[in-house]
Design a protein around this ligand. Structure first.
Ligand code: ARG
Length: 467
């Protein structure tokens, strides 16, 4: 590098053909170090695997590889200790690490980038990072499912209203309702696992876009980094971010389920419902209204999907229309994914804590379960089963009885046998056996139904699956 280029600040990594350094605005738009420093661990892990492979293949000496490895570990410890000086002029995490490596070990550092490009480097780093977040989401979902199973077990016999259109429909159990979310979060978990299996191919060695003339061993680096295999096409390896999009898609769906559950907690904890109490640990007060207990955590979980889905929309737009292979547009892949992963992580943790602490209110749940003529279907079914009345007619008779109860301001079980026989003489005393909410839920024994015995089978199945 000549004196002249040096004085104008040309980049140390490619300054050879540049006479002057970048404009301030150029540096500001170009630099990613402020956010891609989050890839530091993955970057160093990838570089260590690459250097080791280069030595194994005789592309660099064992001595140089040893120096590089030691130096990278020093860089890692500096970053972990918060002592590393990140430089905007060095643009991104890859060049920051390499420049520091050169300060530490000298010329051998210049051999690390043999048979590699920042294009396959960043694709590898980012995959490793997303893969870690997938594993974290998997573990967090497992924890949430565990908390829901505990709730389901404790409340397997607790009756509550089941809703359609948020109108009382038929009695169900607390356990059944909790288990509905177990199914949803279970599918979310399996979606993350599917995404992981698909994304677990190593881009390293694709180099800039075309592969390399050096005799590298891509199987070795793939294995060292925990990938199932090297990516089979070098252009694809450096130019797609579908793995990140798939992560965001899984995250969006999980966030959607979290949002629905959060909405139920907001409704259920209100004074009008009082179905549940959210623990002090997950509630907030009001600075002006002393009586308030606000479900802020649930509300924030409900909102997180906005950021997560926003990230998916952002990255989809970034990627559309990009010609193969790498374009700098793709540097814009990271911030939305980082933010979405953070949002998902905190939402899962908060929901798990809230569910673990949640106290259902059995009296309120039972009272609401029995109101709103929730056992009208049971009455109609009784007419079909015991009096051999066609369901359509039974529906009509029941409707007449519901109207009668409504006019009197009472519930179905409060009508007398005489009242009922006045509407249809085939009604017998045993009809009262099906009108209680406990009888109602106990009778719904079809597979997947709300009968406590059925729900307990599902709890057992899930416990076994998690074990
Ligand atoms: N900071 C860049 C990114 O995140 C690294 C790759 C740069 N590659 C390049 N050809 N300029 O995408």
């Amino acid at each position: 590098m000549s004196e002249e280029t040096e004085s104008k600040g040309a980049n140390a990594m490619w300054g050879g053909r540049f006479a002057a350094g970048p404009d301030e605005v150029m540096e500001a738009i170009n630099a990613s170090i402020d956010f891609d420093k989050r890839l530091a661990m993955q970057d160093i892990r990838g570089s260590r695997a690459h250097a080791k492979m280069l030595a194994q293949q005789g592309i660099i000496t064992e001595a140089d590889a040893g120096e590089i490895d030691k130096g990278l570990l020093t860089v890692l410890s500096e970053i972990e200790a918060g002592k590393f000086q990140f430089s905007k002029a060095l643009e991104d995490i890859h060049m920051n690490v390499e420049a520091r490596l050169r300060e530490l070990i000298g010329d051998a550092a210049g051999r690390l980038h043999t048979a590699r490009s920042r294009n396959d480097q960043v694709a590898t780093d980012f995959r490793l990072w997303v893969r870690d977040r997938i594993d974290e989401a998997d573990a967090a979902l497992t924890g949430l499912i565990g908390a829901l199973l505990d709730q389901a077990e404790a409340g397997a016999d607790t009756v509550m209203p089941g809703f359609t259109h948020l109108q009382t429909a038929q009695p169900v159990t607390w356990g059944h309702h909790m288990m509905a979310y177990v199914e949803m979060f279970g599918r979310d978990r399996s979606r993350f696992r599917d995404a992981r299996a698909r994304m677990n191919e190593c881009p390293l060695g694709a180099a800039a876009l075309a592969g390399t003339s050096f005799p590298i061993d891509r199987q070795a680096t793939a294995a060292a980094l925990g990938f199932d295999r090297p990516a089979a096409n070098s252009l694809d390896a450096v130019s797609d971010r579908d793995f990140a999009l798939e992560f965001l898609s899984c995250a969006t769906m999980t966030a959607g389920h979290l949002s629905r559950m959060a909405e139920e907690l907001v409704i259920w904890s209100s004074a009008q419902f009082r179905f549940v109490t959210i623990s002090d640990r997950f509630s907030t007060g009001s600075s002006i209204m002393p009586q308030k207990r606000n479900p802020d955590a649930a509300e924030l979980i409900r909102a997180k999907i906005g950021r997560i889905f926003g990230a998916q929309a952002t990255l989809t737009m970034v990627m559309k229309g990009l010609p193969l292979a790498y374009s700098k547009d793709m540097q814009e892949d990271k911030e939305p994914v980082f933010d979405a992963a953070d949002s998902l992580g905190i939402a899962l943790a908060a929901m798990t804590g809230m569910i673990a602490d949640l106290t259902p209110n059995p009296e309120k749940l039972r009272g609401a379960a029995g109101s709103g003529f929730s056992t009208a279907t049971d009455l109609a079914d009784w007419l079909v089963r015991e009096a051999n009345i066609p369901f359509r007619d039974a529906h009509h008779i029941t409707g007449t009885l519901v109207k009668m109860a409504e006019d009197r301001g009472c519930d179905l079980p409060d009508l007398t046998l005489a009242d009922m026989q006045g509407v249809d003489s085939r009604i017998e005393p045993s009809v009262f056996d099906v009108l209680g909410v406990d009888n109602s839920v106990a009778s719904r024994t079809s597979y997947g139904g709300t009968a406590p015995a059925r729900v307990r089978e599902q709890i057992a199945r899930w416990r076994e699956q998690l074990a």
